[in-house]
Design a protein around this ligand. Structure first.
Ligand SMILES: Cc1ncc(COP(=O)(O)O)c(C=O)c1O
Ligand SMILES: N[C@@H](CCOP(=O)(O)O)C(=O)O
Length: 498
């Protein structure tokens, strides 16, 4: 044991040195990366696709696919998962991995300046650094929501992980860098294999896909439900040069179509049904642990739509536990909008008994919600989400339109600028605090999934009190004033009771 610890520590020091930039006479950081001393020539890390059912049952059937294969489903039509050689990773010990990941944070060394690729050995270990398409995504801030926690919820240890403070304004960048990098490799090996990359989207996936494809010079195509996404989201793929199809259906309809199109053409599927995406998204969980100096929070609350992200978080936490970087798992909460809540309905029907959720589950027709990016009635990753909840003693909670808008607006009053989906998570937290499920001193992380600036239409409607049937109790409408000192002074006196 001691020998392993010693080995771990010396390898960790070596690992830290490995991160340093080579500062050759090149201005190109890709070339610098090629000159870097390899981590360990002997390493045998590798990853492949396996049926998700094998992961669920913890029994490998022997059905596997290379990550270079264009395959989204197992032989029996089930989901796939990216399976890492955990034995090879375990040879290096927790000190090694912690030191390596910590040493890479915030560098400009290619590709480790990215929060995703700083964990490359756990993401896509076989990918050449040169195939990576990255905008140094990740490393998002995790901040102490001191005033909101204290005043609104009586909490001392509330944190918000700002995954929306990212290149295209949502957590989707984390998954898209991985997927587009892998496509880049596949196209390099066989240029005719993938003509374009496509997705169905409620706005954020399409923004991330089109940006990463544009960075790599790969054509992209996005299927959007007409009139159901925000203007800021719509303009992103347009600006990045994607083929934008605005389709007269909802997200679930777009998803059905893209599945058919990608099954019949050399268009590669970029939705989270493709498990490559989740390999990038899982790094946000590892980052949270790293930001807490490898301490595990009690709760992590995640807004859920297509339900890939909750599984990605679970997988990130689980890998850290399995490889000994931490000693427990947080409890996960999936927060859904009441108007698009198939998982919540099943959870309620099963009286919270997670093993019974699958039987109780029924897809639904999702209704309009301000949390438009999670207006999804038939989530592709339902089985993945159930596994994540089962293994973490998880909970599902819902938020009505008024609850989610109020929660976002109330938290905004303490300096945040939340998207409605983060509002769903904050409303779920409020309910769990009211019922004392989450305690006043429990360390709790709310995952903020998108930037509020992508959803200004809903905020304007709320603050103008233009939402039918909603009190908008935290509205702060602008005061219209004439260009006149007296009128200005009156407005100030009224507000501050001068
Ligand atoms: C802003 C935002 N929050 C939350 C989600 C939910 O993530 P998932 O679909 O992985 O459950 C999505 C996308 O669905 C999203 O775009
Ligand atoms: N909110 C998503 C919906 C699609 O989810 P995905 O993770 O399966 O791509 C979006 O922004 O499109």
């Amino acid at each position: 044991m001691q020998v392993q610890q010693k080995l771990g520590a010396s390898r960790a020091m070596k690992a830290s040195r490995n991160v340093q930039r080579v500062f050759a006479a090149h201005s190109d950081i890709r070339k610098e990366a090629a000159l870097r001393v390899p981590l360990d020539k002997a390493h045998t890390f590798n990853a492949k696709f396996v049926p998700f059912a094998d992961v669920q049952s913890n029994k490998m059937s022997g059905e596997t696919y290379s990550l270079d294969d264009i395959v989204y489903r197992s032989r029996d039509g089930g989901l796939l998962d990216v399976h890492h050689d955990m034995k090879a990773l375990a040879q290096y010990g927790p000190d090694y991995w912690r030191a390596l990941f910590d040493a890479r944070v915030g560098t400009t060394a290619w590709p480790f300046g990215s929060g995703v690729w700083s964990k490359k050995e756990w993401v896509l270990p076989g990918l050449s650094d040169d195939d990576i398409v990255s905008m140094f995504e990740g490393n998002s801030n995790l901040f102490w929501a001191e005033r909101f926690g204290r005043e609104a919820l009586g909490m001392t240890d509330l944190w918000v992980k700002q995954c929306g403070n990212s290149h295209t304004g949502s957590f989707k960048d984390l998954g898209m860098t991985v997927l587009v990098s892998q496509v880049n490799r596949i196209r390099r090996m066989n240029p005719k294999s993938v003509t374009a990359v496509g997705c169905a989207s409620t706005g954020d996936t399409s923004a991330a896909l089109s940006a990463y494809c544009a960075a790599a010079g790969i054509p992209s195509i996005v299927f959007l439900p007409a009139d159901k996404i925000s203007l800021a989201q719509l303009v992103q793929p347009i600006a990045n040069g994607a083929l934008v199809l605005s389709i007269d259906t909802d997200f679930d309809g777009c998803m059905r179509l893209i599945k058919q199109v990608t099954a019949e053409t050399p268009i590669y599927l970029a939705n989270s049904m493709n498990s490559l995406r989740l390999e990038g998204q899982k790094t946000a969980a590892i980052e949270i642990l790293q930001q807490f100096d490898w301490q595990v929070p009690d709760w992590v609350i995640i807004p859920g739509g297509n339900l890939g992200n909750i599984y990605a978080f679970y997988k990130g936490f689980k890998m850290c536990k399995e490889l000994g970087l931490v000693d427990k798992m947080p409890r996960l909460v999936c927060a859904q909008a009441q108007n698009a809540n198939p998982l919540y309905q099943a959870f309620a029907k099963a009286n919270g008994a997670i093993p019974e959720i699958k039987e109780a589950y029924e897809p639904m027709k999702a209704k309009m919600t301000f949390a438009s990016a999670i207006q999804i009635g038939d989530p592709v990753s339902i089985d993945r989400a159930i596994m994540a909840l089962k293994d973490t003693n998880g909970i599902v909670e819902e938020a009505s339109e008024e609850e989610l808008m109020d929660a976002a607006a109330r938290a905004d009053r303490t300096g945040m600028f939340n998207c409605p989906h983060t509002g769903v998570a904050l409303a779920a937290l409020t309910k769990l605090r009211e019922r004392q499920v989450i305690g006043p001193n429990d360390r709790t992380v709310v995952v903020s999934t998108a930037h509020g600036l992508k959803f200004t239409q809903s905020k304007v409607a709320y603050h103008s009190k233009q939402v039918p049937g909603m009190t908008c109790q935290f509205a702060n409408p602008p005061v219209q004033v004439r260009e006149d000192l007296g009128a200005v002074m009156d407005a100030i006196k009224t507000k501050f009771k001068l």
